[in-house]
Design a protein around this ligand. Structure first.
Ligand SMILES: [Zn+2]
Ligand SMILES: [Zn+2]
Length: 242
């Protein structure tokens, strides 16, 4: 062994190795199981929370093979997965924290490997840019599976949705977290973190009767002026008759 072979050593780990990746959240057609599908290679294949890789090209070899690009992929760093999530094609994806085990190969920024356990799902932003809080039916999918898409409550409107708690349960009790707003980009007019200890905004409620009273006073004033104008008009129109 040497040269080419030495550069791509095949390794095996008994201890789970941490990794980070993007995936599309999926829901089985009967609504009883949650899964994931790849964002690039193997888009058509849906995997479960604990699963073994299968060849994306239909070969029967064990993954990962030296001669094929199939297998699960992950990054070593969370930031690499977050960077990839900024690409337009990946905006509907969620971020997975995984534990890698079994046979694996290294590539420049991560691992390609045989077996995976999803530990955490991080739900990011809605298409509108606000923090997503639900998973809606995206309208696309593969045979037996609907692809879900992260949405904010506003954009969810009357669309069919499941909650993060639902997804967690259907995925076998994994940890599901909401990533919140885009870092460094607050939504105008919306408090980023409302302080639960703060008193319930008295100004808005007190302002309302105040504004109504002010408007009522102005209307009364206008009415009085209108009455005065009307009486002058009456006097003027009556004038020539005398
Ligand atoms: Zn393959
Ligand atoms: Zn939205």
């Amino acid at each position: 062994m040497g040269g080419l072979f030495a550069r791509t050593p095949h390794e095996h780990s008994e201890e789970p190795l941490p990794g980070f990746k993007l995936a599309y959240p999926m829901l089985s057609a009967d609504g009883t199981v949650a899964g994931y599908s790849g964002v690039t290679l193997g888009r058509a294949h849906v995997y479960r929370t604990v699963d073994d890789a299968v060849c994306a090209h239909g070969s029967r070899h064990a993954c990962p093979s030296r001669w094929c690009d199939c297998g699960f992929y992950c990054f070593h760093e969370l930031s690499s997965a977050r960077d990839l999530a900024c690409e337009p094609d990946h905006r509907g994806a969620v971020l997975l924290e995984v534990a890698v085990s079994g046979r694996y190969r290294r590539y420049e920024r991560g691992l390609r490997y045989a077996r995976q356990r999803v530990r955490t799902v991080r739900i990011g932003r809605c298409e509108c840019g606000r923090a997503a809080e639900l998973l809606a039916d995206s309208g696309v999918g593969s045979v037996g599976w609907r692809r879900l898409v992260p949405v904010c409550p506003g954009c969810a409107a009357l669309r069919p949705v499941i909650t993060p708690e639902d997804f967690s349960r259907l995925a076998g009790g994994i940890d599901v977290r909401l990533d919140g707003p885009i870092p460094g980009m607050p939504v105008p007019g919306v408090a980023v973190r409302p302080d639960p200890a703060a008193e319930p905004a008295p100004t808005t409620r007190d302002d309302e009767p105040g504004t109504v009273a002010l408007l009522a006073a102005e209307v009364a004033l206008l009415q009085a002026r209108l009455d005065e104008v009307q009486s002058r008009l009456d006097r003027l129109t009556r004038g020539p008759e005398h």
